[in-house]
Design a protein around this ligand. Sequence first.
Ligand code: GDG
Length: 475
Amino acid sequence: MSTSGGADLVIVANRLPVDRIENPDGSPGWRPSPGGLVSALEPVLRANDGIWIGWPGGADGDTAPFEAEGLDLVPISMTPQEIEEFYEGFSNATLWPLYHDVVAKPEFHREWWDSYVTINRRFAERAAEVANEAATVWVHDYQLQLVPAMLRELRPDLRIGFYLHIPFPPAELFQQLPWRRQILEGLLGADLIGFQLSGAAQNFVRLVRQRVGHKTHRDVVYLPDGRTVRAAAFPISIDSAGYEELARSEEVARRATEIRDALGNPRKIFLGVDRLDYTKGIYARLRAFAELVADGHFDVEDAVFVQVATPSREQVEQYRLLRDDIDRLVGRINGDHGQIGRPAIHYLHASYPREEMAAYFRAADIMVVTPLRDGMNLVAKEYVACRFDNEGALVLSEFAGAADELRQAWLINPYDINGMKSALLDAYRADGRELTRRMKAMRKQVMEHDVAAWADKFLTELAAVRPSHGKSVRP
Ligand code: GDG
């Protein structure tokens, strides 16, 4: 933040990039939350007197800006009722399922919508206060789709970008939303709207033409006031070199060996790593594996499945139901196929440090990523980045954004259990040459397109939409 208290670059995201912790002396403190977004944006934030606006989690009312890990942070507070209606409700029980192919039924409640508007306004007003004249504001994700238009109204001098991390649904599904027009108009407040895939950008442009009636040509929307908005794909990535470096470390190598030993050194280890979310296809994946065991293709000496499911959105009913379903399925599979001290599925409902995840990636022979729908899926890319040995197989859903880039994975339709079973078997049986051929090609893609390149491309193209408007951000 400059001495005037303003910033030339403002990131607006639902969450701040830090987690609350308790210091050894019992005082409260902050720790940077793990994730590529923070590490990608940190250098740009530093170079541009940047500020990050977000919710710190929890329901305290503190709104004073603070510094943590050298980042200038501006907290947005929410009451318990707002958390319930805006976050658990409209964001995670309306928009999340609607944008993921309606794999769960979205709930539409007018009070939730009212709360969504209130909170979006709170973020927009705060951004309007802290942004310098002609600054760049980059708004993130589905929780904040109204912020671009609200902010533009308050501060027409700003350059505004928006990035959607999750899929943008086809018109046929988006149409269900009672507030569809408001969402489209909210997004159109931005100069550039980024999506994971070009199909999502096309869905958006088509909806704007049909529902709002604006003129469009290819990826550009022409507004009646003469302004243009571009909607394009910017597939997100990871800190690829950072993951590779971690995977190469001795501690991670040692821990990977320890993990294999603890699992009884089976011939092959299958691995799943996901937030415990119904979009991730965990249930069908475990069933496919269990059927392969039941069919006699392998027993617990040959193969085990490790599923790490990170706790997520535990206040939302659908997530509690999913947890019960998975608990029951794992219990049944292990009851049917496990041996004393050797379950078929090792199920960990917990979250681990990055180093531990890298050790799992190194220990696993077959990474199984089978979402029913996923914007990108970073886990698939992290696995690839960790396999500097050019070994390891990736089984990947066609419905993850990552499938567009990782063409050499064993691609599957997660709704087709038999197809999934044969892909798991093929990956299990593949010889070293085949694995290396595929992994090398995927590594080229992931190592050459990292998250820093993603952020750089988005900010460069944001500046190019209306070159004479707004200051330039230093990449
Ligand atoms: C959304 C979109 C899009 C998971 N468990 C642990 C842990 N993780 C990390 C993974 C990965 C991240 O969390 C999850 O990212 P994904 O991309 O797989 O999925 P979402 O959380 O749904 O993310 C998605 C993404 O946004 C980015 O735009 O790709 O499509 O849905 O980095 O490694 N990390 C640690 N411990 C865990 O236990 N440290």
